[in-house]
Design a protein around this ligand. Structure first.
Ligand code: G3I
Length: 353
């Protein structure tokens, strides 16, 4: 069922993009995003960004929360294996930068299906427990009192939404078991941090969103210290209006804080014949982004945890790195030079609807 409000909400964004498309170089104006956000406004960060004055200036102007993009994951912290100390140098620097700039830190991520297999290869039972429990306790303990929250488990649901991913963690503890264990160990290590379950395509793929929420329900019934829902929102801009609103409203029924945790909105066509004009793609992007901002702003205040983008400038995006880079995608609110994109205006407009 199409949400009429979402359709009406798209109108200003369309106007914004008309101005953008027709006026060509007309600058887009957008207020500092943290100043109009109904909750902390965040972005991801890499330690190297701290050495980029343009990035620092844009971050100071627009954000009040930071999520380490990759250096707080096993791939960096445990890069030297279990017989070497965990590496906290870069994320300590990020935490220090955040504290010096009055920004909160959202920890990302303790347990993820896509990392850590090398650490537990060939292990089982008590040896496996020691690695799993020690990692969560050590990392969450190291940042106790320094991070606001954690993505305790990232991306537990299969892409098709059929069920739980099979991974080295689930094969040892069971599909829900590893999630429960991770949350219990994280809670013990940092009782104050708000503990999130985080996943992607929850709006794009309603079947996956529904399966994710069924996991949330099972975990809560099992007494899991699950305290927040993270929806990454790497948006598919071609989804129908209203689909985003439907998921956010469904997720909100648990009464938990909601974190829009990794928003970006690619304009790419993923290698297929694409008959959409630039104007049409921009209208889709600003329409869906604005719909997400409206849906988030409509949440009760206690459920508006934070609204985070997955990068500041288009060229900071993971979508513009290496062989993924098509040289022109504009998935983020700011251009490479830090000017506002129509996406920034769409976010601000949605917050103020
Ligand atoms: O900076 C180093 C570089 O010095 C080195 O030469 C190079 C090759 O080893 O690696 C570079 O680091 C890479 C880093 O991105 C910065 O580009 C890491 O290898 C690479 O693993 C890392 O990828 C990150 C990815 O998660 C895996 O951790 C992406 O930046 C990050 O955007 C992406 O973020 C994920 C979220 O965590 C979960 N949701 C999906 C999202 C997008 O995939």
């Amino acid at each position: 069922m199409i949400d009429r409000r979402a359709l009406l909400a798209a109108v200003p964004a369309l106007a914004a993009c008309d101005r953008f498309a027709s006026a060509q170089d007309a600058p887009i104006s957008a207020p500092p995003l943290k100043s109009v956000s109904p909750a902390p406004f965040g972005t991801c960060i890499q330690a190297g960004h701290i050495d980029d004055p343009a990035w620092v200036a844009l971050a100071r102007a627009n954000v009040s929360q930071l999520t380490p993009e990759w250096e707080m994951k096993m791939e960096y912290i445990a890069a030297d294996g279990l017989n070497a100390p965990y590496r906290f140098d870069r994320t300590d620097r990020i935490v220090d930068f955040a504290q010096a700039n009055g920004m909160a830190v959202h920890g990302h991520t303790l347990i993820w299906y896509s990392q850590g297999g090398d650490l537990v290869a060939g292990l089982s039972g008590a040896e496996f427990d020691r690695v799993f429990d020690d990692y969560v306790a050590t990392v969450a303990g190291h940042y106790r009192g320094k991070v606001r929250s954690w993505d305790v488990v990232n991306e537990p649901i299969t892409d098709d939404g059929e069920g739980m991913r099979d991974c080295h963690w689930s094969r040892e503890y069971g599909a829900d078991g590893y999630v429960l264990r991770a949350f219990e160990k994280a809670k013990a290590a940092d009782p104050e941090a708000v503990l999130f379950l985080n996943d992607y395509n929850l709006e794009n793929t309603p079947r996956k969103g529904a399966e994710f929420l069924r996991l949330v329900e099972r975990l809560l019934k099992a007494g899991c210290p699950l305290e927040g829902i993270g929806t990454q929102a790497h948006l598919d801009i071609e989804i129908p209006p209203g689909q985003i609103t439907s998921f956010i409203r469904e997720a909100a029924r648990f009464g938990l804080p909601i974190h829009v945790s990794e928003l970006d909105a690619s304009l790419r066509s993923e290698g297929r014949i694409d008959l959409r004009s630039d104007r049409e793609r921009l209208a889709q992007q600003t329409g869906r982004v604005r719909e997400l901002a409206v849906a988030f702003a409509d949440l009760p205040e206690r459920q508006r945890f934070a609204f985070s983008i997955w990068g500041l400038r288009d060229t900071d995006s993971w979508l513009r790195q290496g062989d993924k880079d098509d040289g022109k995608d504009s998935p983020l609110p700011f251009t490479a030079s830090g000017a506002a994109n129509p996406m920034a205006a769409a976010i601000a407009s949605g917050f103020q609807a």
